[in-house]
Design a protein around this ligand. Structure first.
Ligand SMILES: [Mn+2]
Length: 383
């Protein structure tokens, strides 16, 4: 038997840093990743899909988002089991009990709205641990495992949230206790544990049976989620009493969120950065965050600004990570000698250079003014 394990679709997520027209494309890509599971199902013969929580970004979604999401799930073509997570808990305001969701839910979409056993077919069950609030006070997954018998039924656990062995705050009451999960596996009551919440593909423990699939499409920069963009293809041999499991990952995500850290201390290093950015493919689906440090002449800083302006138009977003960026701008000797100006204007430039080199209050403004002056001169020359 074969099925797909995915999680953290967070449909309806917006990213404030995306360029205006990139935001709807990013939202569409997240739905496309869902609808695209249909092709993966057809290719692999997967019997159903489990989504281990955070299907939706939150419970207050625009009607359009709900309808389009359900349409994408319909396209998967096999049963899709949705677990409410911390983003979309089964509370009084739940999306899963909204009139629109109930009216438009396709036949193949099943909400795992009860804690415990859901029959997939005779001999095969899903054991669900849905979230009913954003802050559970117990280990919801551990709770549903406690009384399960080892009776020859194949069971797939679908849970959501952090696992104690991966969390620095091990005393949080909602954490999933790995020891309890592994005990249920060891006694043969359950055979695979599909987890959601971590957006990077992650194996938990060493049984080979406990996994976070990660999010199918990237949601954050690579320092936070290093390995998103996959779904897991899980095989369980139902003929073998041990129910051996094989887990493979399939890449489905198409967007990338990249952080580039660079020292830029010269024209040449600005040119190198330009080459690096140029070589990144698929720019419309790539978000770049830059952490830049160094000290530049006014000319080199103007070149850097022009470079960033150019790529900001090409990438889905190009942002400067302010917390990790520190560029000092200092006018070099003779940098403003060739402007072809004299008299009053030349005296004003000299004054700006002196201010830019000082610690005075206006130093930052003076550097910006000199940079602008160089860019204007440059533009005029090019015209
Ligand atoms: Mn979550």
């Amino acid at each position: 038997m074969r099925f797909l394990h995915t999680a953290d679709w967070q449909l309806g997520m917006t990213r404030h840093f995306l360029n205006g027209e990139a935001q709807p494309r990013y939202s569409a890509a997240r739905r496309d990743a869902v609808a695209g599971l249909g092709a993966l199902v057809a290719r692999t013969g997967a019997e159903f899909v489990v989504v281990a929580g955070d299907v939706f970004e939150h419970n207050q979604l625009a009607p359009r988002e709900i309808s389009q999401s359900l349409e994408a799930m319909r396209a998967v073509g096999v049963p899709v089991y949705l677990l409410p997570g911390n983003h979309d808990p089964l509370d009084a305001a739940s999306v899963y009990t909204s009139a629109l969701f109930l009216a438009e839910r396709p036949e193949n979409v099943v909400v795992l709205d009860r804690a415990g056993v859901h029959e997939v077919r005779p001999g095969l069950q899903i054991v669900a641990a849905p979230w009913r609030s954003k802050a559970p006070t117990t280990d919801l997954t551990g709770d549903v495992l406690a009384d399960l018998p080892a009776d020859g039924v194949t069971r797939i656990v679908v849970g959501h949230g952090g696992v104690d062995v991966l969390d620095p705050d091990k005393d949080k009451p909602s954490l999933i206790r790995l020891a309890a999960v592994e005990a249920a596996l060891a006694r043969g009551a359950v055979h695979y544990v599909a987890l959601g919440d971590k957006h990077s593909l992650t194996e938990v423990g060493s049984t080979g049976r406990v996994w976070y699939s990660g999010a199918p499409e990237v949601t954050n920069y690579d320092d936070i989620e290093s390995d998103s963009g996959h779904v897991l293809l899980v095989d369980i041999d139902e003929q073998d009493p041990q129910r051996p499991v094989r887990v493979g990952s399939e890449r489905v995500g198409r967007w990338r969120f990249v952080t580039l850290r660079r020292d830029v201390d010269s024209d040449r290093e600005v040119a190198d950065l330009d080459i690096n950015l140029d070589q990144l493919g698929d720019k419309e689906r790539t978000v770049v965050r830059l952490a830049l440090t160094g000290s530049l002449t006014v000319t080199a800083k103007a070149a850097l600004d022009a470079c960033l302006d150019k790529y900001a138009r090409l990438f889905a977003a190009l942002t400067v990570w302010e917390r990790h960026t520190d560029i000092a701008v200092l006018p070099a000797d003779g940098e403003f000698d060739d402007l072809g100006i004299g008299g009053f204007a030349a005296a004003a430039v000299d004054e700006l250079v002196a201010t830019a080199r000082s610690d005075a209050d206006g130093a930052e403004d003076a550097r910006a003014a000199l940079g602008l002056l160089l860019r204007l001169v440059d533009t005029r020359g090019a015209a």
